[in-house]
Design a protein around this ligand. Sequence first.
Ligand SMILES: *[C@@H]1O[C@H](CO)[C@@H](O)[C@H](O)[C@H]1NC(C)=O
Ligand SMILES: *[C@@H]1O[C@H](CO)[C@@H](O)[C@H](O)[C@H]1NC(C)=O
Ligand SMILES: *[C@@H]1O[C@H](CO)[C@@H](O)[C@H](O)[C@H]1NC(C)=O
Ligand SMILES: *[C@@H]1O[C@H](CO)[C@@H](O)[C@H](O)[C@H]1NC(C)=O
Ligand SMILES: *[C@@H]1O[C@H](CO)[C@@H](O)[C@H](O)[C@H]1NC(C)=O
Length: 210
Amino acid sequence: QLLVTIFSCVFSGVWSVGGLEVSTGKVSTLEAMNGSTVLLPCTYSSCIGIKNLYFNWTKNGTTVLCEAVIPIEGVEPKVSVFHERVEFVGSSKSNNISILLWNITFEDEGDYVCFAKNPKEKNRNHSAIFTLIVVDQVKEVDNTLTVIIVSVLGGVIGLVILIMVIKALVVRFLCKGDEKNKECLVSSGNDNTENGLSGAKGEKQGTPKA
Ligand SMILES: *[C@@H]1O[C@H](CO)[C@@H](O)[C@H](O)[C@H]1NC(C)=O
Ligand SMILES: *[C@@H]1O[C@H](CO)[C@@H](O)[C@H](O)[C@H]1NC(C)=O
Ligand SMILES: *[C@@H]1O[C@H](CO)[C@@H](O)[C@H](O)[C@H]1NC(C)=O
Ligand SMILES: *[C@@H]1O[C@H](CO)[C@@H](O)[C@H](O)[C@H]1NC(C)=O
Ligand SMILES: *[C@@H]1O[C@H](CO)[C@@H](O)[C@H](O)[C@H]1NC(C)=O
């Protein structure tokens, strides 16, 4: 059992780093919309195992959001929360000490540090930083506006191409109509409306693409 643990530690590379590790995962920066609720992820691992592992979450290295002690592996901690919109959602079963930050505002922007200290490893400590950026909903509206502008532009370009095609066709008919100029003009007029109809279809198809 111990051998397996050591081997797995050596292979995961944790051993060489040394004991306790905390991690906020692959993504350490998150952009979230004003008013939304975000998960601040954090997990810990220790090759030696934990005993009375202390952890806390702080913001900008000053404000303590919550803290707790995990007595031993698998025992859920009693978490003290010092922020009204913070909720502890972690679980010792999955070495998870993540928190939720409810209804974020722009003041919530900043660096969130997940810190852990393991007395079993001579109080070795480790921390990981998670950066939260709050964006306004207006950004989404801007995107929609851009899409509309691009669509309209695409439609206009499509229309210009259509007109050019019709013009070319008309010119061709006019040139061809050596013998019956009058009829040619009339028929070309008919073709025009037909082209116009099918052209309108083509334009509709083109718009979502843009
Ligand atoms: C809480 O975490 C910070 C690191 O973010 C650490 O410096 C501080 O000592 C911790 N608080 C306690 C009571 O250990
Ligand atoms: C978040 O906002 C919703 C709606 O305004 C409210 O019902 C809820 O209680 C808020 N939650 C917290 C933790 O403040
Ligand atoms: C930690 O727990 C939260 C809430 O249950 C979950 O959403 C998240 O995916 C977990 N993280 C990991 C790394 O297991
Ligand atoms: C935390 O840091 C962010 C960016 O670094 C800053 O905008 C914010 O005002 C800081 N908050 C506090 C409470 O210091
Ligand atoms: C964390 O560990 C470092 C040494 O690795 C030590 O200097 C520092 O004081 C420790 N911090 C806490 C809060 O225990």
